[in-house]
Design a binder for this molecule. Structure first.
Ligand code: ASP
Length: 342
């Protein structure tokens, strides 16, 4: 069998740090990857490294997602898969955004990083990187990619990227996918959960990328005591197109007249409001309580069991191109890349 070719894209984050001679953390040179991690040669994979300006992922913007999507499109025919090394803080946002932006994906795009820098002896980065490379080059018996979707690999688990959330700033298992099973569990062997993996895009069709993302999107997290003035001023930001409303429990919110009418006015001005839960797991059901029914009656859209990360990036994607309100509604009601449980 032909040796698999993987493009390893280094974007920054903790994984790319090592101790310098003075004992300070300094960036690791991924272009000298084989010298830094000689054991990589044991993988029968042709790895090429591309470094783009390394940043702490707290500085990620939608422009970086466009940059990544363009790199993947331009190199798509040359590689069997892509591994993106990324800071953990916003990895779930990047994975979610790419899942929507890369259309007709038939190859793996696996994001990983680490909690402990690569240059520290006890690093989790080495295993995360090696296994991500193995997963990105895994194929089915017919030669098609085993995981033809945007995924996050971290600490023995492979997850659908747009289902992940960074759940711990301390634990090595930094990511969870509360509402969707893992795509693979890694022990002595890599056990793929084939039934959970998205079907492959049409390998005879090109990859299409969507590069226009709306930045007129915000998140509003409800809390007891949120005031009318606060809500009104957030919703009157100029140019606002979409809001992810983080509500209580199964999608509940205050029933006060001012609350509902402030949201209703925004919706009437064309702002799309998507309801997601503040709970780490579970789904929106706006028809259980009166406190959810009020939102439903004014046209708040259910985010089902989407993460905030997926809801924000989906809104950016859906509102990024010129679409009619009907089209926007239809795309939000549909699970485009397995981002919610239909
Ligand atoms: N602040 C870092 C980042 O997200 C944390 C990490 O990589 O784990 O870039």
């Amino acid at each position: 069998m032909r040796q698999k070719k993987i493009l390893l894209i280094y974007t920054g984050g903790t994984i790319g740090m090592r101790s310098d001679a003075a004992g300070h953390l300094a960036p690791f040179d991924f272009n000298a990857l084989h010298d830094e991690i000689p054991s990589l040669k044991q993988l029968d994979i042709d790895i090429e490294v591309l470094t783009i300006t390394p940043i702490d992922s707290s500085n990620v913007t939608p422009q970086r997602w466009v940059e990544l999507a363009v790199i993947i499109r331009d190199n798509y025919a040359l590689y069997d898969g892509f591994v993106i090394l990324h800071g953990t803080d916003t990895m779930s946002y990047t994975a979610s955004a790419l899942s929507f932006m890369l259309e007709n994906l038939a190859k793996p795009v696996v994001l990983t990083g680490s909690q402990i820098p690569m240059g520290i002896l006890r690093t989790d980065g080495r295993e995360n990187l090696i296994t991500a490379l193995e997963i990105a080059s895994a194929t089915n018996a017919d030669g098609s990619a085993m995981v033809p979707e945007v995924a996050v690999y971290f600490q023995n688990s492979l997850f659908r990227g747009n289902r992940t959330t960074k759940q711990s700033a301390e634990e090595l298992s930094a990511f969870s996918s509360y509402n969707y099973p893992s795509l693979a569990d890694v022990g002595v062997n890599i056990a793929y959960n084939r039934a959970a993996i998205l079907p492959c895009g049409d390998a005879h069709e090109p990859l299409r990328i969507s590069t226009s993302l709306s930045e007129n999107v915000m998140v509003i997290k409800l809390f007891p005591g949120i005031g009318e003035n606060m809500l009104r001023s957030m919703l009157s930001v100029e140019g606002l197109r979409g809001v992810v409303l983080e509500t209580f429990g199964s999608g509940n919110a205050p029933t006060m007249e001012w609350f509902i009418s402030t949201l209703r006015e925004a919706i009437e001005r064309g702002v799309v409001i998507v309801n997601v839960t503040q709970c780490i797991g579970g789904s929106i059901s706006m028809d259980i309580y009166e406190t959810g029914a009020g939102l439903q009656s004014i046209g708040v859209v259910s985010g089902h069991d989407m993460t905030t990360e997926a809801a924000v990036t989906k809104l950016m994607y859906v509102l990024g191109s010129d679409r009619t309100p009907e089209e926007v509604k239809r795309l939000l009601a549909e699970s485009l890349k397995g981002e919610f449980t239909a």
